[in-house]
Design a protein around this ligand. Structure first.
Ligand code: WT7
Length: 660
């Protein structure tokens, strides 16, 4: 684990600028200063109140938290509920069926407005269709879909049946999909013929076919949504069109309530080892915290706001802040299928203007890309409907924060920089937009009900002005309930570094005013465009290639994506000469990049692969990534005295400079 002081992160840690909310914003905000007092005085009472305010329980709970088997928690013990009923049915019952739930914008320009009443019809039919295919309580369903409304319907239909879903991001390869389907034990896969991306059809069904061709899964059926109309291979008896299944299914579906601790979903994320972890979340606590944070952090007012979270449903941000949080509140939101530069670089701002988006939640990497494209682009559009901006996924540098505030937010919108993780389920550290004077680049403080700290090597809180490790000091409702099928790994990964503290894997600094600045990962996890990538996973993909003997991967600072994947590869001796031939080195590098894309997915392709004769190792054989990072970031190589062979770095640098 590296020293938190050496991680990438905001450079201006002595930020003095603060931006208090306008009086008008503060007066109407859902989040108030009293929440902090209430939570501090009676944490569990506070959460009980949020649970009853934001969620409808079929049967009320009789205990807020059971922490007797720590670090395994149970929240809202004895309570029963249905997540889909909370996100859909009850809004219709309350007379809000005509409210638009989803303004869908397809990449080619097709649009669909779906009301809560229509959504209610669809989730009932979908739940019946799934049940007709044999899906019931406790069965797991894999979802591999583009950003289309059917993805939301599929997730909610699973929740309605008590069948935990496991959404796999469409950018993952057949191999990655297979390992997730297998690990989660899915009996059904929901996919589509394809999706629209940069004006072209991307195919999804072939990856499902390839994943299932590997064998040894429990999959009985594949449900296929028609989106692009492209031809797909068909396996009779296994494959079923979504439209046909829904048309044949009964119209109404009586939802059953499940225990608060019933698993709602499993989502895979990269860790420090090669094998992705299935993070699983329970229904009650997760729904309470996502709805509460949508209300007090994103300040969603369901009657008047148009909310837009630009994340993909394949990541936790899409789960918590497209599906469960905002929909539990009954919000109206935009869902966009495509990329920000198709057909032009103003696409996002055109959508904000057309749909009168009032709350926008996006990632720093997107903001930095927009900065690069230039302010003239957003300036062509009317962005006056915006009243709150959010950021998530990685540290936002003060320059990007200021640009976001001025150019997109017209200097009037509070920015919430929200720190959280797949594991935390919901937002943990963030300003409250109507309360906290915001500070560019800092996520600032734990929200009411959450307890975070920055600690030193032995778990003691650091002084103001110092850096350390970010930890969570109390359990929270949306916390992961474990790693699917591997309780020991859960304890080991999160609870073994410091006693009784959840270690998030991030370094952080406390400024003189006590604000938290998240600096980035201190473990072997990279953050590329806000997506978590494991160095070990990419290394193992590289060494699975027949020409590769050894590989080391580091995340190098990148202006746009935060970090970029850089790989150092030692070839098997019989291929070393080949790589030296003119032009062959490049071909080989292209081959290796494509190999990683095939093993994990295009998102994991290294930006750079360097073929080297040796890797820097300590005497105990541990690769010193710090030195490789120096090379990848074009810096003078640091201290090499702990290397087993101190000439290795000279060899690497000499080899790399050869072609210049
Ligand atoms: C890691 C979690 C949270 C949903 C998207 C990513 C980094 C996340 C921030 C932020 C600085 C952040 C951390 C964290 N991160 N938000 N506001 N400031 N860093 O979820 O894939 O589980 O990744 O993303 O390093 O540990 P994830």
């Amino acid at each position: 684990m590296s020293d938190p002081k050496q991680t990438d992160g905001p450079t201006h840690l002595h930020e003095e600028r603060t931006f208090p909310p306008s009086e008008e914003f503060a007066a109407a905000a859902n989040g108030t200063a009293e929440l902090f007092e209430h939570a501090a005085a009676d944490r569990e009472g506070f959460w009980a109140e949020q649970a009853r305010r934001y969620v409808t329980w079929e049967q009320d709970f009789d205990q807020v938290l059971d922490w007797s088997d720590a670090p395994f928690s149970k929240w809202f013990v004895g309570g029963t509920l249905n997540a889909c009923v909370n996100a859909v049915d009850r809004h219709v019952e309350a007379g809000n069926g005509d409210r638009v739930a989803i303004h869908f914008v397809g990449e080619p320009g097709d649009t669909r407005d779906i009301t809560y009443a229509e959504l209610h019809q669809q989730v009932q039919r979908a739940a019946n269709a799934l049940a007709d295919l044999g899906v019931g309580q406790g069965d797991t369903v894999a979802i591999y879909l583009p950003m289309i409304p059917e993805a939301v319907v599929a997730m909610l239909a699973c929740a309605r049946l008590g069948a935990p879903h496991s959404v796999v991001f469409g950018g993952f390869s057949a191999e990655a999909l297979h390992s997730r389907i297998d690990d989660v034990g899915a009996t059904l896969v929901i996919t589509s013929d394809g999706g629209w991306r940069r004006g072209k059809h991307s195919a999804l069904k072939p990856a499902v076919d390839a994943a299932l061709a590997v064998g040894d899964t429990d999959v009985q059926n594949v449900l296929v949504v028609r989106r692009t109309g492209q031809d797909v291979e068909w396996t009779d008896g296994r494959d079923v069109w979504w439209d046909d299944a829904l048309a044949a299914a009964a119209e109404s579906h009586e939802a059953q309530a499940f225990d608060a601790e019933h698993p709602l979903f499993i989502l895979y994320t990269s860790g420090t080892t090669g094998k992705p972890k299935g993070i699983f979340h329970a229904t009650g606590g997760y729904l309470v915290q996502t709805a509460y944070t949508s209300s007090v952090v994103h300040d969603v007012h369901p009657e008047t706001d148009v909310y837009w979270c630009t994340a993909d449903i394949g990541w936790v941000t899409g789960h918590s802040y497209i599906v469960y949080g905002p929909m539990t509140l009954g919000a109206t939101q935009v869902m966009y299928e495509g990329t920000p530069d198709t057909p032009h670089q103003g696409r996002f701002w055109e959508i904000v203007q057309d749909k009168k988006v009032s709350i926008l939640y996006t990632a720093p990497t997107a903001i930095r890309t927009f900065m690069k494209w230039g302010r003239e682009i957003p300036e062509k559009f009317d962005l006056s409907s915006l009243r709150l901006l959010g950021s998530v996924g990685e540290p936002i540098n003060p320059e990007a924060w200021m640009w976001y505030r001025e150019v997109i937010g017209g200097d009037r919108c509070p920015i919430v920089d929200t720190w959280w993780q797949t594991e935390t389920g919901g937002i943990m550290i963030s300003p409250l937009p109507g309360v906290t004077p915001t500070r560019p680049g800092s996520a600032q403080h734990a929200i009411p009900g959450i307890s975070a700290a920055v600690v030193d090597d032995v778990g003691q809180p650091v002084e103001k002005g110092s850096a350390g490790y970010l930890v969570l000091t109390e359990p929270w409702p949306a916390m992961l309930r474990g790693i699917w099928g591997d309780p020991d790994r859960y304890k080991e990964t999160y609870w073994s570094r410091f006693e009784n503290l959840y270690f998030a894997g991030d370094g952080a600094k406390l400024d003189e005013d006590g604000n938290i600045w998240v600096l980035g990962r201190v473990d072997d996890v990279m953050n590329v465009s806000g997506h978590r990538m494991s160095t070990a996973e990419i290394e193992s993909a590289l060494v699975s290639h027949p020409k590769v003997a050894e590989a080391a991967v580091v995340g190098a600072a990148d202006e746009t994506t935060g970090q970029a994947i850089c790989a150092f590869v030692i070839l098997r001796s019989e291929f070393v000469e080949e790589a030296d031939e003119v032009g062959e080195g490049e071909n080989l590098i292209a081959e290796l990049r494509n190999h990683v894309a095939k093993e994990i997915g295009p998102i994991a392709k290294p930006r750079q692969i360097m073929i080297v004769p040796e890797l820097p190792k300590t005497r105990s054989g541990k690769i010193m990534r710090r030195l490789l990072k120096d090379v990848a970031e074009n810096r003078e190589v640091g201290d090499v005295t702990t290397l087993a062979d101190s000439s290795v770095m000279t060899m690497i640098s000499a080899g790399l400079n050869k072609g210049d």
